[in-house]
Ligand binder design. Structure first.
Ligand code: ADE
Length: 279
């Protein structure tokens, strides 16, 4: 997968080079390029924003800068041909451990243009799963009061545009949202996480939040690990984990349990756990 990020704060994206993502870059699974939006300005001040039509507070980012930037990033031409390519922060694998890149497939090669904005559709685990199968994601980081809307109408010719929000709160810009989304997506790419089961059992994978986890020692400050986890009975452990997930989800996110009920994804035992009548 290739990620391109367009921003006025390229150094903000530096954390992409670390840990899991850095390892994916080294292994050739992930390619990341960060582009400074100011490379597409034409004036001495390198202005990227202007006052809003219709008045009001704040500034709006200019279509005359974003339009050419998105054209070049789509085609990897102009300043985008040599955007800042991120290398991994620390070597994680030996050079002879790097796998061969996959042969190119016959997929839609229009990249997804991700626009982080509090006015977008919610970004969820399902969004991350869908994007994890893409070959290219381009992220457009807006600041101030946003980007002139015509930029996205126009970009629809070269991109599949998706405006997405992390949640019902307002960040100063899209950069932190990009870090969050990139991590959520990249960890789902096959080969990035060591253990496949570690994301098969994630929160949200089955519509529930993950229940509690325990490790050694068995007794810590007089608190014991639940006995079922020491029983060696895998069916019982799985049932217990689902029960805990159901109870935690019902306590903190009841609407998720309602959605499972609505979709017919709760069985009789699930219901008895939720009603407190399970033996
Ligand atoms: N930019 C500003 N606020 C945001 C949010 N809540 N989600 C995504 N991008 C944003």
């Amino acid at each position: 997968m290739r990620l391109d990020v367009i921003t006025i704060f390229p150094e903000y994206l530096d954390p992409l080079r670390h840990a899991l993502l850095g390892r994916a870059i080294e292994r050739g699974i992930l390619d990341v390029a960060v582009h400074d939006l100011r490379s597409w300005t034409h004036d001495v001040h390198k202005a990227v924003d202007d006052t809003p039509y219709g008045g009001g507070p704040g500034m709006v980012m200019k279509p005359t800068v974003w339009g050419p930037a998105l054209d070049d990033v789509a085609a990897l031409t102009g300043p985008a041909a040599d955007g800042l390519r991120l290398d991994s922060a620390h070597p994680h694998v030996a050079a002879d451990d790097v796998p061969e890149p996959d042969a190119p497939g016959g997929r839609d090669d229009r990249p997804v243009l991700v626009v982080p904005t509090p006015a977008g559709r919610p970004f969820t685990q399902a969004t991350a799963e869908r994007w994890a199968t893409e070959e290219r994601l381009v992220f457009a980081c807006g600041r101030y009061e946003g980007i002139d809307q015509r930029v996205f109408e126009d970009a629809g010719e070269r991109y599949r545009v998706e405006e997405v929000s992390l949640g019902d709160y307002v960040l100063i810009g899209g950069e932190v949202a990009v870090l969050v989304m990139a991590e959520a997506v990249v960890r789902l790419i096959p080969g990035v996480l060591g253990n496949r089961r570690s994301h098969e059992e994630d929160s949200f994978q089955d519509g529930l939040l993950e229940g509690p986890s325990y490790t050694k020692p068995r007794v810590w400050r007089d608190r014991e690990v639940p006995a079922v986890l020491l029983s060696g009975d895998h069916a019982k452990v799985d049932r217990w984990r689902r029960d805990q997930a159901l109870l935690r989800t019902a306590a903190v996110r009841p609407e998720l349990v309602e959605a499972l009920e609505h979709d017919g994804r709760l069985d009789g035992h699930d219901r008895s756990v939720l009603e407190g009548t399970a033996e």
